[in-house]
Write a protein of this length. Sequence first.
Length: 370
Amino acid sequence: MLVDAERLRSGAAAAALKCRLGYATMWPPRWISRLIVRHSRSCTCALLLGYLSLLGLLSFQLVLVNSTKEISSSLSSEEATAATEDFVAAASRLRKHSEVLLDSPSTLTHIVHPRSNVVHDIPHPFFDNTTTTNVTTELATTAYLHCRVHQLGDKMVSWLRKRDYNILTVGLLTYSSDQRFQMLHQEHTNDWTLQIKYTQGRDAGVYECQVSADPPISHFVTLNVVVAKAEIVGDTDMYFKSGSTITLTCLITQSPDPPAYVFWYHDNRMINYDSSRGGISVTTDNGDTTVSTVVITNAQRSDSGNYTCGPANADPTSVTVHVLNGEKPEAIQHDTKTSKGHREQGMNASCLSIMVFVAVIQISRLTYGR
C-alpha cells in the first residue's frame, strides 16, 4: 500500500508539473495575441501590450522555477528527468517568444504563438485587377482614374504622373500646385480615385497609383484625351432645285460620350425649333458616331445660305446651300469658273501692262543717260 501511495503521489506531482508547464506554453492568452495583432497599427499600443505580455512571461518563468523546486523532491529520478526536459522545452519556447516581443515595434505585426509556432502576419495590400487601365475622355471635361486597393492597412496611397514623375496627390492631400488634380476617397471603401478637371491635351499619358508598402506596389492607368470632330457629309457648296427637299447630315466622331445637344443654324438663326417657316425637322441618333440630320421640305430661294452644325462637344462645321429656280448647278459652276477665269485674265493683263510701262521707263533713262 505504501508503494502504491508513493507512486500515486509521484504521478500526481509529475502531472501537476506538466499541467503547469502546459499552461505556461499557452502564454500569452489568445485574447492578448488578438489585441497585439488588431492594434499593431499603433506603435504605442503595440509596445504597451508587448511589455505587458513580457511581464506575464517572466512571472510564469518564476512560477515554473518554484514549482520545479517544490515538486522535484517528490519525484523519482526518471520522472524528474522527464519533467526537467519538459521544463527546458517550455522555457526555450518562452525565451523565443520574449525575443519577439522585445524586438522593434515594426516586428510586433508578426506574432508567433509559442504553442502552434504559427506566424500571424498583417495582410499585404494588393490591387483589384478588375479596375480599368485605359481611360478615354474628351477635351475640357473631367476625367476619373480609379485605383482599388485591398487590405491597405496603415499604408498610404499616392498618385504620380509617370511622364515627369511629378507627385500629384498623397493620401487625401493634393501635392501638385495644379489644383485641377484631386484625390477622391470615401471612408470604409477601397477606391482611391484621381480626379482631373478641365482636361487638356498635355494631360494625356500614364499615371501611377502607388502604395507605400515594403516594397512599394504600383498600378498604372493610361489617360487618352481626344477632341471630338464634326463634319457635314458632302461638298462645301451644295445645290438644290426649288421645291425639292434639302437633307444635310452631320457626323460627330472621336467622342467617348454623345454630345448633350446638336444645334443647326441657318446663317445666324437656330432652326432646331423653328416654327415660323415650317417644314424643318432635326433628328439626332447617338452611338459610337453621332448622326444629326436636318430635313427642309419644299426648298425656296430664301432657304439658300450658310448652314452650320454645332454639337456641344466639338467645333462647328458649315456648308453653303444654293437653291436654284430652274438653273442647272453645272451652269452656275461653269459661270463661276468663267468669271474666275476672266478675273484671272484681267489680272494677268494688268500685270503685263505694268511690266511694259516699267521697261519703257528704264529704256528712257538709259537713253537719256547717254
